[in-house]
Design a protein around this ligand. Sequence first.
Ligand code: OGA
Ligand code: MN
Length: 292
Amino acid sequence: MPMHIRQLGPGFVGEVSGLDLTRPLPPEDIAAIHAGMDKYAVLIFHGQNFTDEQQLAFTQSLGPLEVAIGTSLRGEHRLASPHFADVSNIDKDGKVFKRDDRRWQFAIGNRLWHSDSSFKTIPAKYSLLHARALPSKGGNTEFADMRQAWDSLDAETQAICEPLVCEHSQLYSRAKLGFTEFTPEERERFKPVLQRLVRIHPSTRRKSIYLSSHAGKIVGWPEPEAKAFLMDLNEMATQREFAYSHKWQVGDLVMWDNRSTMHRARPFPVDEPRDVRRTTLMGEASTMDQAA
Ligand code: OGA
Ligand code: MN
């Protein structure tokens, strides 16, 4: 069966059929996936019964991988490779985290709208999240299109945004949830990086607004004014018409372009395991290398 993409929801999500991602793909399928990502920004593939090795191999066939170690408070890694971000609620012994576990409370930050690794100098390109085990209810992942958000801003607001540079850090996203106790080592590891607020997609040349819960300051702006401005932009950018909610099935692989979308996790029963594993493609450049 040849590859086919069916549009879902508000237009930036495509459901892909006709591909078995557990086996090596020919170059024309790889090219069609990249083209699909540029057209949509979120692609959903059902029924992919990946092992970790197969998920890594598929991700690698799309480009160089990002290393995920050191970006959470999990400590010792549960998964086979440092290229996996463990997005589950499971500790390295296979047990669901206790509700008040600091490592899990930090991971709750995923419930805020964000773009992956916006706190890194060179932020992520695509994220590929695969569902291995799911809770009985809840736990959807929601997506919003930041190209559409940019297009819908009035010219005056666009002109204000255009030259702005934000500071991004996991310290800022966690502070929004009241999580502010960090060791000096963690503060150093999570120290802020700069990102432009308006970014241009390298292949489509479309502009998007680069929001993320990690953005906590605007360079040169008083902090309350910056926070209020970013909150207004977030509210506009994630309104229902611009968003899509993915209800997971085991075996789903969802791939999104962090350069043009935001996403967030939705809650689920705290005592049930949710095993979702992310591989991530490295970005190509810092947004600061892009001309204002
Ligand atoms: C991620 C993420 C959301 C979820 O994998 O980067 O934010 O629903 N996941 O688990
Ligand atoms: Mn994420």
